[in-house]
Design a protein around this ligand. Structure first.
Ligand SMILES: CC(C)(COP(=O)(O)OP(=O)(O)OC[C@H]1O[C@@H](n2cnc3c(N)ncnc32)[C@H](O)[C@@H]1OP(=O)(O)O)[C@@H](O)C(=O)NCCC(=O)NCCS
Length: 190
């Protein structure tokens, strides 16, 4: 899987203990990007609580890193046992790194993770004027249904296959052991 990322950039899953990197990334988003990320204006305190909650959930977070600094994130949050095949996805890229293919690469990783966990429906909430996110979702054949102030993109993700599992492992070469354990747990649970 060939990805063209800004020079020096890598995408990998967030490791345990890296919550602060994720939190700092979200706090650094410019006001418009933060509003778009959360479909409305939110305070720093909200962001801190949100990120803390994510680390306590069964969420999969991919980060876009330049060196040790996280400049982009894609989050996959299961909706819970009542909706075992559904999850929520959200993406953020800091302004200086937007429009360089990072969002597309992050969404591609997230769709792969979703597929390998058996999620068939991904919810993406974004404001109706967030053209960029809508364009991005369309690249992955999202079907967008417009609601009052928001658009909800529902991306059908296909079933896991040995190849899709392998592709996820290969793209996790930075954390091979962790990914192996993670996948084994999920396969055993399924
Ligand atoms: C939406 C967001 C994640 C996209 O990330 P990105 O790295 O800029 O995305 P990409 O560079 O991969 O571009 C994706 C598509 O968006 C569109 N796009 C890119 N730059 C654009 C611009 N300046 N204006 C309009 N559309 C643009 C293009 O269709 C592009 O696909 P293409 O390059 O194949 O033509 C990013 O802008 C962001 O973090 N925004 C703030 C948070 C947010 O809106 N999150 C989504 C809600 S969950």
């Amino acid at each position: 899987m060939q990805e063209v990322l800004p020079e020096g950039g890598v995408i990998r899953k967030l490791w345990i203990g890296e919550t602060k990197k994720y939190r700092d990334h979200v706090l650094r988003l410019d006001p418009e990007s933060r509003r778009n990320r959360f479909a409305g204006g939110v305070s720093d305190e909200f962001v801190r609580n949100y990120v803390d909650l994510t680390s306590g959930l069964d969420a999969v977070v991919h980060g876009f890193f330049i060196g040790r600094v996280m400049r982009g994130a894609a989050e996959l949050r299961p909706l819970g046992s009542k909706f075992p095949h559904e999850a929520e996805a959200a993406i953020s890229v800091e302004k200086a790194w937007q429009s360089h293919g990072v969002g597309s690469a992050l969404l591609r990783r997230t769709l792969l993770a979703a597929r390998n966990r058996g999620f068939r429906l991904l919810h993406m909430a974004c404001l109706a004027d967030n053209r960029r996110m809508q364009q991005l979702a369309r690249k992955f054949d999202a079907e967008l249904t417009f609601d009052f102030e928001s658009a909800v993109g529902e991306v059908e993700s296909s079933r896991p296959t040995p190849l899709s599992l392998m592709r996820e492992l290969m793209s996790d070469s930075h954390s091979f052991a962790t990914a192996m354990l993670d996948l084994q747990t999920r396969i055993l649970r399924a």
